[in-house]
Design a protein around this ligand. Structure first.
Ligand code: ADP
Ligand code: MG
Length: 257
C-alpha cells in the first residue's frame, strides 16, 4: 500500500438520496493506490449505493467524489466543469471493474467467450490478443481448464471467478466487489476469496463490501463500518474488529462475528 500520491478514490461529504430517502449522508473516505478497503454494515446502510456512485452508476447529489483525481460525473474544460455525457461516463466506467453478488455471465458464451467479449467489443483488442490474455486470466483465477465450459456447466464459485476474470480483462485500475460471496454455497466461498487475496497481493486497489470478517482481517488494509449512510468507524481491520469504539459497531459485530 502506497501512502503517497493521488488517492484512487476520494469521497468528500458525498450525499445521495432517492426521493426523500437519504441513503448517503456525507461520506468522507479515501482509498490509496494498492489499498484493500473492506466495507461492512447492516443491510440498507448504503454500501452498494456508495459503490454504484464510485462506478458512475449513480449520480452524487452533494459533495465530491473523485476517482483517480477526477471528479466523477464531470470533466474540466479550462477552469469550468462540464457534466459528462453518457458516452464519456461509459468511457470512465471502463477503468473500474465491478463484481456483484450475482455473476450475470452471458449464458450462451463459454467462460473464455465471457472474458474476451468486452476487450474485443469495447477496447478493440484483436481476437488473438484478447484470447491470449483471457486464457492467462482464467489461469489466474484457477480455471485454466474451463475455458470452453458454459456457465451452466460451472459451479457458482467458478462462475464468480469467471466474472472476476472478465472484470480484470478490462485492465481496471480499481476493482469494486459487492458481496461477491454472499450468493455462494459455503464450500465455494474459499476459492473466490483466495482469488481476491491473490489480486490484493498483486497490488490491485480494491473496495470490498463483504460479510467475510476473516477476509477483512487478513487481507484488508482498512475496514469501514457504515450505518444509515454515514461512516461510523474507519481504521485498521484488527483495531475495528477487536476494539470497536462505537456502540453501533459493537452491536453490529456482535451479530456477525
Ligand atoms: P446496502 O448495500 O448497504 O444494503 P443499499 O445501498 O443497497 O444498501 O441501499 C440503501 C438504501 O437505499 C435502502 O433503503 C434501499 O432500499 C435504498 N435504495 C437503493 N437503491 C435504490 C433505488 N434505485 N431507488 C430507491 N431506493 C433505493
Ligand atoms: Mg448492498
Amino acid at each position: 500500500m502506497t501512502e503517497t500520491g493521488t488517492p484512487v478514490v476520494r469521497a468528500v461529504g458525498v450525499c445521495k438520496s432517492y426521493g426523500r430517502l437519504d441513503v448517503l449522508r456525507g461520506i468522507d473516505l479515501e482509498v490509496a493506490s494498492g489499498e484493500v478497503m473492506c466495507l461492512i454494515g447492516p443491510s440498507g446502510s448504503g454500501k452498494s449505493t456508495f459503490l454504484r456512485c464510485i462506478n458512475h452508476l449513480e449520480k452524487v447529489d452533494a459533495g465530491e467524489l473523485y476517482v483517480d483525481g477526477e471528479l466523477v460525473g464531470y470533466r474540466k474544460g479550462g477552469d469550468k466543469l462540464y457534466e459528462l455525457k453518457e458516452s464519456e461516463v461509459a468511457f470512465k466506467r471502463r477503468s473500474i471493474g465491478m463484481v456483484f453478488q450475482r455473476f450475470n455471465l452471458f449464458p450462451h458464451m463459454t467462460a473464455l467467450g465471457n472474458v474476451i467479449e468486452a476487450p474485443i467489443g469495447v477496447l478493440g483488442k484483436s481476437k488473438a490478443q484478447a484470447r491470449a490474455r483471457g486464457v492467462e486470466l482464467l489461469e489466474q483465477v484457477g480455471l485454466g481448464d474451463k475455458a470452453a465450459a458454459y456457465p451452466n456447466q460451472l459451479s457458482g464459485g467458478q462462475q464468480q471467478r469467471v466474472a472476476i476474470a472478465r472484470a480484470l480483462a478490462m485492465e481496471p485500475k480499481l476493482m469494486l466487489f459487492d458481496e461477491p460471496t454472499s450468493a455462494l454455497d459455503p464450500e465455494l466461498v474459499g476459492d473466490v476469496l483466495a482469488v481476491m487475496r491473490d489480486l490484493a497481493e498483486q497490488g490491485m486497489t480494491m473496495v470490498v463490501v463483504t460479510h467475510e470478517m476473516g477476509f477483512a482481517r487478513e487481507v484488508g488494509d482498512s475496514l469501514v463500518f457504515m450505518d444509515e449512510g454515514v461512516v461510523v468507524e474507519h481504521g485498521h481491520p484488527r483495531d475495528v474488529l477487536t476494539s470497536p469504539q462505537h456502540e453501533r459497531t459493537k452491536s453490529f459485530l456482535s451479530k456477525v462475528l
